[in-house]
Design a protein around this ligand. Structure first.
Ligand code: ADE
Length: 343
């Protein structure tokens, strides 16, 4: 890879870049929000959240002050909710330090919660045009294919070697476009699934895996751990068009979000009926729904859902559908089931 290919890359980017909302700003706060949202999340999904989030919380100060329930409602459905909590912690820290915006030095910004080397590199180069490469899985895919690199790409030493390599091509003038152009190449040309579009790639003439047609071997895949399957009974507990949702505990998966009543095993209709009767619920009817699956990064929930219609209201917190939709952040796993209620 030489200056010539980098020139071709930047040229290709200027002609082919997608018009994305966060590409209209240099505000480090907005770039930061976009980068955190884009972790493990598709661009199309992020588009739906980014503008709404920034309208609700236009400055880092607003984010530092926001109530957790409001924040989680803005994040509802995006998944990996620790990202949202870290955003708030990070904003609080910046304000506590007496800063008006995110620090411009790599060592300082990396000390903040939720900001690792990739995110630091992305924010600093995109917002401040600093010569700090941003190397994520997509950029590593491109680099490993160009070099037919068989090494473990998650190793710090490998990433640092590539960082040093890329840094040489970055200038105060091109840093922002340099970072974005590699991201764009990974998304549009050197794609993860399916045939890469090598004919239009700026690295066509220097790419070893193009030369040997070995793109499918790179990046070298590690054997994936199997997800743990957890079986659950989830029920919509309802009385007079009101429904029960409760805040989850402050530990474990989906902590601090809201949930439908649930039990950590699959129950038949009879078992659920007896279970609820034992707790003195006055049941009118139980309706069985189709099983649902929800996949998290390391866990799968296999859920047996029911609608439990009560004869008499219980001591639980009941809300209307509108109230739940407006105020309480119900993770997608539960939403899939809650959406099944008839109007
Ligand atoms: N993925 C990570 N960062 C991105 C960005 N700035 N634009 C598009 N996709 C991205």
């Amino acid at each position: 890879m030489t200056e010539k290919e980098i020139e071709k890359l930047l040229n290709w980017y200027s002609k082919n870049k997608r018009d994305l909302p966060w590409r209209h700003t240099k505000d480090s706060y907005k770039i930061w929000i976009s980068e955190i949202m884009l972790q493990q999340t598709r661009v199309e999904a992020v588009k739906l959240y980014y503008e709404r989030f920034l309208s609700a919380l236009p400055t880092i100060k607003d984010l530092a002050k926001v109530k957790e329930d409001v924040l989680l409602k803005l994040w509802e459905g995006l998944g990996y909710y620790s990202r949202a909590k870290n955003l708030k912690k990070c904003a609080e820290k910046v304000i506590e330090l007496g800063l008006k915006e995110l620090p411009q030095e790599k060592e300082e910004i990396e000390k903040l919660p939720g900001i690792g080397p990739y995110t630091a590199g992305a924010i600093l180069s995109i917002a401040y045009n600093a010569c700090t490469p941003a190397i994520d899985g997509n950029v590593l895919r491109i680099l490993s294919r160009i070099h037919e690199d068989n090494r473990d790409l998650l190793k710090k030493s490998v990433k640092e070697e590539y960082e040093t390599k890329l840094k040489k091509f970055m200038t105060k003038e091109n840093a922002r476009d340099f970072t974005e152009s590699l991201i764009e190449l990974g998304a549009l040309v050197c794609v993860p699934n399916g045939q890469p579009k090598c004919e239009i790639c700026p690295f066509l003439t220097v790419c070893k895996s193009k030369e040997h047609n070995t793109f499918m071997n790179y990046p070298v895949k590690k054997e994936k751990k199997k997800r743990k399957v957890e079986e659950k009974t989830v029920y919509i507990l309802t009385y007079d068009k009101k429904y029960v949702v409760k805040k989850r505990g402050q530990n474990g998966l989906l902590k601090g979000l809201y949930e439908l009543p649930n039990i950590d095993k699959k129950m038949s209709k009879i078992e659920l009926k007896n279970y609820l009767k034992e707790q003195n619920y006055q049941i009118n009817q139980i309706e069985e729904l189709k099983e649902e699956k929800h996949i998290f990064s390391h866990i799968e929930w296999h859920m047996k859902p029911y609608v439990v219609i009560l004869k008499q209201i219980s001591n639980d917190p009941f809300y209307s559908k509108e109230e739940i939709e407006e105020k309480y952040s119900l993770p997608t796993a539960f939403k899939k089931i809650f959406q099944k209620i008839k109007e």
